[in-house]
Write a protein that binds this ligand. Structure first.
Ligand code: CO
Length: 430
């Protein structure tokens, strides 16, 4: 919890919600400030001295740049890169978002999580085309220019890899930042063409029930998509956070299936084929199935579960001293909206409702916050999300009992961070 003072200084004055009220009560009681708080008192005369002028106030500033970059002091904020095959396949694996360093609900495009099966292709948008074929009355081929002429929609959606949090299934809890375990999730504002519009133009034949979606990467990563989803809220995305998609996010065009496991939102989309049933591609038979204790496996488990994670404080951070802290984290559900996030500081014995920001958006990240006074005793912090379909984030042991021991997908169980008496925060299994 570093830079607490700076954070308080920048606190949005419009944040007139329950958290602010609770915090004001904290401050009125005075205890928080005395025992160590967020802001530091100044000796007489120190304020004027502090404004004497820093070196950057005495020299002319830098010129304009065509494409901006974060402050050099923020250079350590980078994705957590996992390369399971090492140099043999450096572009296969995942780069997880550093959620422990971010706030709000939008992930900067440059820090969005990535899951690539065969690296990021270097696609010339003038050469790339999207084919719509199969059980349609007329096949259509779209250039990127022609796609850009359709009416577009803009929505805020999260994308979570269904393998997110699989590292939390290791026998021992990893002592790494939260994003290195749970950061295969991000949220952007996406703009593109509703897929329904293109399917209606092509004309679906009555036998059409599924789509095959195929990417233009060298793995031709492909998934089968039920037509019902394609006609519901599926988007042919061209823009992310106001600019064209990043190459690692599918430039120049990707499928986007809100709330569904990330790899169904096929990147570098080159083909959609209407079919009568699922194609059973290599990517949905060798992977992305969920083994059960009795030896069977679930296939086509698309919707991501209701889930939350406390990002501050979280694993590997240190609380410098007892006093007031704001617990902050993200929650999401593939079912629609987050209805409630509860926070526990005693390992799940008691729970308090957190304040939510962004919960009016369906299938978006939601930010939750709760003021907390750390008394200096050992504590276990947990968050538990519930969605508008009444689903509640399960306990880790409840979730583990549902699947075979080698399960790797859809881990949405409750995440626990232990705060020790010395202020160190560790990843623990509860
Ligand atoms: Co699944």
């Amino acid at each position: 919890m570093r830079n607490k003072k700076g954070k308080d200084d920048k606190r949005d004055a419009q944040l007139e919600n329950a958290a602010a009220d609770q915090r004001r009560r904290f401050l009125k009681q005075g205890g928080a400030l005395i025992t160590g708080a967020a802001s530091a008192g100044l000796a007489p005369g120190a304020a004027a001295q502090g404004l004497a002028g820093q070196p950057w106030e005495r020299v002319y500033g830098a010129g304009f740049t065509g494409y901006g970059q974060p402050s050099r002091f923020e250079l350590p904020v980078v994705r957590h890169i996992g390369r399971p095959y090492g140099d043999l396949a450096p572009g296969s694996g995942a780069a997880l978002s550093p959620i422990e360093s971010l706030e709000g609900i939008i992930t900067p495009s440059a820090l969005h999580n990535i899951r690539n099966h065969s690296g990021t292709p270097d696609i010339d948008p003038k050469q790339h085309q999207l084919l719509l074929h199969g059980l349609v009355t007329r096949e259509l081929m779209f250039s990127m220019d022609s796609l850009s002429r359709y009416p577009m929609a803009t929505r805020t959606y999260f994308i979570e890899c269904s393998g997110n949090s699989n590292r939390a299934l290791a026998p021992q809890p990893a002592q790494v930042p939260a994003g290195a375990i749970h950061g295969n999730i991000s949220c952007s504002e996406w703009t593109g063409v509703p897929l329904r519009m293109l399917l209606e133009e092509a004309g679906l034949r009555p036998e059409a029930q599924w789509l095959l979606a195929e990417g233009a990467d060298s793995a031709h990563m492909s998934r089968s998509i039920p037509l019902e989803k394609a006609l519901d809220d599926a988007m042919i995305a061209l823009y992310q956070n106001g600019e064209r998609l990043r190459p690692e996010q599918g430039y120049p065009v990707r499928l986007l299936l809100p709330g569904w496991e990330g790899n169904t939102s096929v990147k570098w989309l080159r083909r959609l084929k209407a079919t009568s049933g699922p194609t059973h591609t290599k990517d949905e038979t060798s992977k992305y199935t969920d083994a059960l204790p009795d030896g069977r496996a679930l296939q086509f488990t698309f919707e991501m579960g209701v889930k939350s994670v406390i990002t501050k404080p979280s694993s590997t951070m240190t609380l410098p001293r007892p006093g007031f802290y704001e617990i902050s984290g993200i929650a999401w559900t593939g079912a629609g909206r987050i209805r409630r996030v509860e926070v526990s500081s005693d390992g799940g014995s008691t729970w308090v409702n957190a304040v939510l920001a962004g919960e009016e958006r369906s299938k978006s990240l939601v930010r939750f916050r709760l003021p907390w006074e750390w008394t200096g005793k050992a504590a276990i912090l947990q968050s538990r999300a519930a969605d508008d379909k009444g689903r509640v984030q399960p306990l880790r042991k409840e979730w583990m009992a549902r699947f075979a021991p080698d399960i790797r997908f859809h881990n949405n169980s409750i995440i626990s961070w232990a705060v020790a008496a010395d202020g160190s925060v560790k990843n623990v299994y509860v």
